[in-house]
Design a protein around this ligand. Structure first.
Ligand SMILES: NC(=O)c1ccc[n+]([C@@H]2O[C@H](COP(=O)([O-])OP(=O)(O)OC[C@H]3O[C@@H](n4cnc5c(N)ncnc54)[C@H](OP(=O)(O)O)[C@@H]3O)[C@@H](O)[C@H]2O)c1
Length: 270
């Protein structure tokens, strides 16, 4: 699939995987719409896109707000006249034991990761059907295998996967491509911004970010998979093994995953 002239909306594109997708899809000749909640971060990403001579529209929008998603679709159509690809990328994480976690934090994660995806897809889908385009969900290995102390994050990603499986089947005769992309550990701000039990940001990543895939590498894989209209994309060797083993030996995986996560810095299981 050629991307020249296509219109690609990427939610939460002011950092990490979203920003890398904006640059990589833009370099292929697509017109890019980026969103984010922070004016400053949006202005910084805009400069990156300008430096790469990419045609783009930056929209200040909160993924968890239905009205912002409707406005995002309207503004994209007004500016470019079509929507070919929606990448549901905006996401936040959390780390706390469920028994200590404020339900407000659980709700915030679901509102951003799950409801953000539902709202954006709802308002962009009519144009995507017209364009016979793609809806992409940036899920996670946590959409296939739960992680202790990440209950809300895991629930949001499983919910996304279920939604996309149903939607894919619903629109399969209308020429619409629906893909779930599941990155493994990727060096980004996700763990610095992850919420703790009472909703403060964690500040520091508890894992060695240097050993992870870079957002640029992840974006390259998402680009290739989108062009090939793949159904799923599961990233990192570790991620592929986890998804495979969890399908066949989920009980044994419970113990393995617990031991792996208990090794994290400041783990609540020490
Ligand atoms: N990094 C990983 O290890 C990893 C692994 C698997 C899956 N993922 C998924 O990949 C996606 C991107 O994460 P990342 O790793 O690139 O993290 P990141 O660097 O923290 O980027 C997250 C982006 O989402 C935006 N965002 C957060 N809440 C938002 C909201 N309510 N409305 C609009 N934008 C919002 C942030 O911008 P503002 O703060 O400016 O709003 C930022 O641009 C997420 O869905 C994440 O779950 C990441």
């Amino acid at each position: 699939m050629k991307l020249k002239g296509k219109v690609v909306i990427i939610t939460g594109a002011t950092s990490g995987i979203g920003e890398a997708c904006a640059v990589i899809f833009g370099k292929e000749g697509a017109k890019i719409v980026v969103t984010g909640r922070s004016k400053e971060k949006l202005a910084r990403t805009s400069r990156v896109l300008e430096d790469n001579e990419i045609e783009f529209l930056a929209i200040l929008a909160d993924a968890s707000c239905e009205a912002d998603n409707r406005r995002m679709a309207d503004e994209a159509l007004k500016a470019f006249g079509r929507i070919d690809i929606l990448i549901n990328n905006a996401g936040i994480s959390m780390r706390a034991l469920f028994q200590e976690l404020d339900l407000e934090v659980f709700k915030k994660v679901m509102d951003t990761n799950f409801w953000g995806t539902i709202y954006a897809t709802k308002y962009c889908l009519p144009a995507i059907i017209e364009a016979k385009g793609s809806v992409i969900g940036i899920s996670s290995i946590n959409g296939f295998r739960g992680t202790p102390a990440r209950t809300a994050y895991t629930a949001s990603k499983y919910a996304m996967n279920g939604f996309f499986e149903a939607l894919r089947t619903e629109v399969m005769h209308e020429g619409v491509h629906v893909m779930v992309a599941a990155p493994g550990f990727t060096a980004s701000n996700i763990r610095n911004n992850a919420l703790t039990a009472h909703g403060e940001t964690q500040g520091e990543s508890p894992r060695d970010e240097a050993k992870m895939m870079t957002p640029g590498q992840v974006a390259e894989e998402i680009l290739k998979a989108t062009q090939r209209r793949k159904r799923d994309l599961v990233l990192t060797a570790q991620g592929k093994v986890v998804v495979f083993l969890n399908k066949w030996i989920p009980g044994i995986m419970d113990g393995m995953v617990f031991r792996e996560m208990a090794k994290e810095k400041d783990s609540p299981f020490h």
